[in-house]
Write a protein that binds this ligand. Sequence first.
Ligand code: ARG
Length: 401
Amino acid sequence: MKEKVVLAYSGGLDTSVAVHWLSEAKGYDVIALSLDVGQADTDFGAIKERALQAGAVEVVVKDAKEEMAEEYVLPSLLANALYEGKYPLVSALSRPLIVSHLISTAKEFSASAVAHGCTGKGNDQVRFEVGALGLDPYIDVIAPVREWNMTREDSIRYAKEHNLAITASKDRIYSIDENLWGRAIECGILEDPWSEPPVDVFSYTANDGTRLETEVVIAFEEGVPKSVNGREMSLVDLINELNVLAGSCGFGRIDMVESRRVGIKSREVYECPAALALILAHQDLEALTLERDLLHEKLRLEPRFADLVYDGLWFSPLREALSAFMTSTQKYVTGEVKMRFGPGPVGKVTGRRSEVGLYDYNLATYDEADSFNHEDAKGFVRIFGLGIATWAKRQTVPKGK
Ligand code: ARG
């Protein structure tokens, strides 16, 4: 009996060649696994056909949108996770989800190995393999693209020679990865960090969005977004709704030079309208509802969370502990945030309110309603500054010198 391998299959060139290569060159029975994580316009029927045609013995297609939203996107939103302050971890969030399905599918089919189609230069190989180590340290992980040493042209030739159906579209110039939380675009002209991204690389965000303006009110309960403009919806629907609302104004683009885990700086272009809108709104509501020390500590830990997830350490004790912390901070993050998108690629918070907000008008106002005790401030400031005064008197500005 042949050994079995479960391959994370996207339907693209590399993973189609990988199906064939794993079965022909490596002698495996290949089970192709394709997950719906909210990538737009994907024909899973066609993907299934392509995998079978490339030689897969079995194709497993699963709708993982809700799991993606609830188990991966939400913890990341609670942590306001932005890698290097900018990137909402789009691909870094789907990889651990895919890994967990690779491992469970491998168990189901008694496969001895899992495989992915990543190259040796990116973060995704790290996420797949470290993720697999975290869930099943005994399983073999195969990275065909890293092993076979083919250039892109070689892969195309291989596909032609073996009559593999490959897609002919934009993704042959650009390497695109997408899910609910956004879309990553790499390669082609974008590899020149000086070149402005051509308008045709975008699909979640409108190029003519400058004419539009949209106002939305997002309601959160304990940190979880629950409704848009008063309409309650599931997290998947809410994210899709904001992708359309904010994206149609042109909001949500990111153009950055990013520091990959493997030591390479790369130029990355993303479009993440819902992710950026929700993070902005959530941060704003936290500013209103979180006590100062708690807020500051959370702000200190958020980049740590983003780094861990970016580096493929989703399944790690520290990421889990940080998530427990993030969740525990959310008890009173309940309220509404008003945002305006456009005209142009702008998106901003224009108002916020919460029944449990810590903003107290009578304390904050300079008007008559002021209830702040000004007398108390005098003693507080003197004691707060006592150490500084002592330092200055004794060491830096002693009297009479
Ligand atoms: N640089 C991003 C990251 O590491 C995006 C990766 C996108 N993957 C792709 N195959 N195009 O998360």
